[in-house]
Ligand binder design. Structure first.
Ligand code: HMG
Ligand code: MG
Length: 297
């Protein structure tokens, strides 16, 4: 068991956190959320998407959000599902993008209208065409469970991750899209993936639907994984994963890391204050247990 000394937190609230909401959050409010979270010490944001506005209307203003952020020294990442997304992300000046496939065909078809094989080839083209200076993170969604096909084969997920790295992705993030995995599933997944994907280029993106995200985070830490997505206030879900709730709350993740003496460079209480205020302003449920406890103390 070798816990990492520090964890790199990727903040997903303005992208994963908001993408499923029906009521459109104004561009200025999204940018203000990123600015306020940047002031807490967060430096890396899964900030926006360059997907079809017909599929996900909430994310239609990706370029405008990026232009409106004023925080210095932050990385703003954008989700890019195809070449049109790449063009738009480059026009917006992004230097970091997320490309995506799922492990299962059914979810992938519902999410990005492509089989796994088709999306792998889309990703290959994006990697080839993206300017060299752009950092590319490849998500493998439904890494343990698909909402339609059930449990996934860890060997297949490892194969996808390994292939994406061979093709030139800089990092691979395992998406536990519907939050169904228990530590048993995480252990099984990481046992397989870490034989083929080096731990220093592996991240996890854990949804908390069944309340397992912190337990699963601990399994990832035990394996030395040091890159973790989270969402302030526990905001989020995927519009094409019925019933899935948000990522592990950033506050809950930071509380765990603080308790274990693992560094992260972020002020936990300030994240809770920012996220609680954002939720109150937009009539959203504030979903961090650690945050609620801290703010009540
Ligand atoms: P499609 O309908 O097959 O696309 O959708 P198409 O290529 O046939 O084009 C149809 C129309 O969309 C055309 O416009 C294109 O120009 C336009 P028209 O001629 O009809 O006016 N279009 C675009 N517009 C803007 N940006 C684009 C773009 N591409 C085409 N990039 C597509 C395919 C991939 C576009 C669609 O399925 C899509 O946008 N899906 C995204 C869904 C999404 O955002 N899901 C949530 C994010 S994934 C997630 O949350 C999981 C994650 O968090 C990890 C985890 O939890 O596991 C990352
Ligand atoms: Mg997600």
């Amino acid at each position: 068991m070798s816990f990492p000394a520090t964890v790199h937190v990727v903040e997903s609230s303005s992208r994963d956190g908001l993408q499923s909401l029906g009521a459109i959050i104004p561009t200025e409010a999204k940018a203000a959320l990123i600015d306020a979270l940047a002031a807490t010490g967060i430096t890396d944001f899964d900030a926006v998407s360059f997907v079809s506005p017909k599929w996900v209307p909430q994310m239609a203003d990706g370029a405008e959000v990026v232009a409106a952020v004023t925080a210095p020294n932050v990385t703003l990442g954008g989700l890019v599902p195809n070449m049109k997304g790449l063009e738009n992300a480059m026009a917006a000046g992004l230097t970091s993008i997320g490309v995506l496939t799922a492990a299962s065909d059914t979810f992938n078809e519902k999410n990005i209208n492509a089989t796994v094989d088709e999306s792998m080839h889309r990703i290959r083209r994006i990697i080839l065409e993206a300017p060299e200076a752009v950092t590319i993170n490849a998500y493998v969604s439904t890494a343990t469970h698909c909402p339609f096909e059930g449990e996934q084969d860890p060997d297949w997920v490892a194969h996808l991750g390994e292939t994406l790295l061979e093709w030139g992705a800089h990092t691979v993030t395992l998406g536990e899209t519907i939050g169904k995995a228990t530590p048993y599933h995480m252990e099984r997944l990481l046992g397989e993936v870490l034989g083929r994907v080096p731990v220093d280029v592996l991240g996890v993106h854990l949804h908390d639907t069944y309340g397992q995200a912190i337990a699963n985070t601990l399994v990832a830490l035990e394996h030395g994984v040091a890159k973790m997505d989270s969402s302030a206030g526990g905001l989020g879900g995927c519009p094409y994963a019925p019933g899935a709730s948000g990522n592990v709350a950033t506050e809950d993740l930071l509380y765990l890391l603080d308790g274990m003496g693992i560094g992260h460079g972020i002020d936990l209480r300030s994240v809770a204050e920012v996220a609680e205020r954002f939720c109150a302003e937009h009539n959203l449920t504030y979903n961090s247990r650690a945050g609620r406890a801290l703010l009540a103390a």
